[in-house]
Write a protein that binds this ligand. Structure first.
Ligand code: KG4
Ligand code: ZN
Length: 332
């Protein structure tokens, strides 16, 4: 089955074609980052308007690049939420119109489930069951995934998401937006990561996270010791990143032990952080635990993961009706 996927939950307008649930025929992502950058974050109204401008040509490009015709498309999947309502409405309404006009089944996809499905789009993909850490700008969720349709939420952040804290710390260091990739690059230039920022583990045998204390500690540090040059900034970046990596690695491996599971996976925008992946792999290998992550192009928001999730829903007959609506917050 060839499924058209559409994603517009935040600041990326994306369309993709995926065949047989796992084979990516095309994946087009139009990023709005340049427009939002000067405001230091995503401006929802602007995002909606830009999705409207981009959606038609992004979908056309995805179909062209896949080398298929409109008649080959057998189903449509689009992100329903969580995300920015105005932004979601553009992609979901477009998908409804496309499905209605061509008489195709429609799947309204949960964005977080789509991120998990990004793990199935490259080889090797993790076999079930596995632990999945979803780390993005809006979420830090730890799951025990037992099948394509079943995942147990083991823990989540009680305050800031990991990507959000990267972005906030980057702003404190005046590095620009989005902060994650810039901060990771800068951290590589540091001689050390010795500033002792807090590594909040909460209850050690539970799987929730908290990053607001770390963020405040970085703020206090930069106020007390204003960075004078790139070297100072690099040291703060490296120390902050080391604290985040420590907590994430601790929790994901703890979750693997709790479930006696030897496969862990990382997905979402922050999974593009190779420093973190390497550190996690190093620790995991000591316990014979294998680490899986999608390639960087499938870590950030994209529509291939939406099509992949949608294909599973469509095969199970989980169709969306034309009066289904978008949602801003995750229902579970
Ligand atoms: O999944 P995503 O594209 O969008 C959401 O659904 O939120 O994630 C975006 C987040 C941003 O906060 C960005 O700073 C972060 O992922 N990010 C990174 C890296 N690349 C992107 N964080 C740390 N290191 C990176 N290399
Ligand atoms: Zn996302």
């Amino acid at each position: 089955m060839i499924v058209l996927g559409i994603e517009s939950s935040c600041d990326e307008t994306a369309a993709a074609l995926v065949s047989n649930r796992r084979q990516v025929l095309s994946s087009v992502v139009a990023s709005q980052i340049e427009v939002h950058r000067r405001f230091g974050g995503v401006v929802p109204e602007l995002a909606s308007r830009m999705h409207i401008e981009a959606i038609e040509s992004v979908v056309e490009q995805a179909i062209d690049q896949a080398g298929v015709s409109y008649a080959d498309i057998q189903g449509v999947a689009a992100t329903r939420g969580p995300g920015l309502l105005g932004a979601l409405l553009v992609g979901f309404s477009f998908a409804k119109a496309f499905a209605f006009a061509r008489n195709l089944p429609l799947a309204g996809v949960n964005h977080l489930e789509a991120h998990i499905h990004s793990l199935f789009l490259t080889e090797p993909s993790p076999k079930f069951p596995f632990i999945a850490l979803l780390v993005s700008g809006g979420h830090t969720n730890l799951y025990y995934v037992t099948s394509e349709n079943n995942c147990e939420l083991m823990g989540q952040t009680r305050d800031d998401a990991v990507g959000e804290s990267f972005d906030k710390v980057a702003r404190m260091l005046e590095l620009g937006y989005p902060g994650g990739p810039i901060l990771e690059r800068l951290a590589r230039q540091a001689d050390s990561d010795l500033i002792p920022f807090p590594r909040t583990l909460l209850e050690k045998d539970k799987f929730d996270f908290s990053f607001s204390g770390l963020k405040s500690a970085v703020l206090r540090h930069t106020q007390a010791n204003p960075p004078a040059n790139d070297k100072d900034r690099a040291q703060i970046a490296a120390s902050f990143q080391a604290a985040v990596m420590y907590v994430l690695t601790f929790k994901i491996l703890q979750a693997a032990r709790a479930k006696s599971c030897f496969r862990v996976a990382v997905c979402g925008g922050v999974a593009a952080n190779t420093t973190f992946l390497q550190a996690l792999e190093k620790e995991a290998s000591k316990e014979n635990i294998r680490v899986f992550a999608p390639p960087a192009s499938l870590c950030g928001d994209n529509a291939a993961m939406v099509a992949a999730r949608g294909a599973v829903m469509l095969e199970k007959g989980q169709f969306s009706s034309m009066d289904e609506d978008v949602f801003s917050r995750n229902p579970y």
